[in-house]
Design a protein around this ligand. Structure first.
Ligand code: ATP
Ligand code: MG
Length: 266
């Protein structure tokens, strides 16, 4: 068996081949012992690990394993998953919305990390919990899909009252910037969660579009588990990326890019 593991700040992503077919599984970082035991039970396996917690995982393995730098693994994995989707892209930006967000420019088959933001999936979980008490990721994204941001976000058109704004009135002028003091007590969890996802989505797409301009590419490939089962985040990121003149692309199983890239080295 060939196994690639990306042990990140929040989740461990595992990609492996079984009977020639590619399998994917995720575990919370708290279950690292379980992942290590599973790997240790496999006979005749080749293993390559990556991610910020790769060192900790390696220390729990009984067998030799390779290690690869996370950014290289992600680059290789994105190439593999793009080919699997029969896409021809050669130069593009990769925005990995993990616990934090990391942005990479891919050109001439080489990746360069050009920036990032601390606003990412960890922000989504943390702010959601502080504002609503909800802790479960799946519950957060499900409730957010039923919420509206209208009472919490301030749009450009709200500021330019009775006047044509110089930029799209639909852009957010201020996340959480509407007249909150009047309605704070009556806001629903759904509204608050939708607005948190709006903040994360608009921040990562705005930073990405600037980065794409800087490196002269128009396609932005978004990956990371923050998009998993999260249609609202995808929608916010898609519309903001398009509105700002770039083309978004979501990879199937994109959150496994690092794991697949690590596996592809074996
Ligand atoms: P990093 O790359 O920053 O070290 P990571 O690789 O662990 O972190 P990802 O797995 O890409 O990051 O994404 C983590 C985010 O995905 C979480 O912050 C959360 O928003 C979201 N997420 C998706 N599924 C889950 C889940 N089952 N439990 C917790 N968070 C989840
Ligand atoms: Mg990661």
């Amino acid at each position: 068996m060939i196994v690639g593991i990306d042990a990140g700040g929040t989740l461990i992503k595992v990609a492996y081949t079984e009977n020639e077919s590619l399998q994917f599984i995720k575990f919370p970082i708290a279950e690292m012992d379980r992942v290590a035991s599973w790997v240790n039970e496999q006979s005749d396996s080749k293993v390559c690990v990556t991610g910020g917690k790769a060192g900790v995982l390696l220390s729990l393995l009984n067998q030799e394993a390779r290690e690869i730098v996370e950014f290289e693994a992600t680059h290789l994995g994105v190439k593999f998953l793009l080919a699997r989707m029969e896409r021809q892209e050669e130069s593009y930006l990769v925005t990995n919305v993990g616990t934090g967000t990391s942005i990479h420019c891919i050109e001439n088959d080489r990746q360069e990390r050009i920036g990032g933001t601390g606003v990412g999936g960890g922000t989504l979980l943390g702010l959601s919990h502080l504002l609503t008490g909800v802790t479960d990721y799946e519950e957060i994204v499900r409730m957010a899909s039923a919420g509206s941001r209208d009472r919490i976000d301030l749009k450009v058109k709200h500021i330019y009252e009775g006047k044509e704004p110089p930029i799209s009135g639909e852009l957010t002028a201020s996340n959480f910037g509407n007249n909150l003091f009047a309605v704070a007590g009556e806001l629903s969890k759904e509204e608050l969660l939708a607005t948190v996802i709006g903040l994360v989505g608009e921040t990562v797409s705005t930073v990405s579009v600037h980065a794409a301009k800087q490196c002269g590419c128009s396609t932005i490939i978004y990956i990371g588990s923050s998009f998993f089962h999260n249609p609202l985040l995808k929608e916010v990121v898609t519309s903001y990326t398009l509105l700002r003149g770039a083309t978004p692309l979501f990879l199937e199983n994109g959150e496994f890019s690092g794991a697949v890239g690590a596996m592809s080295l074996l």
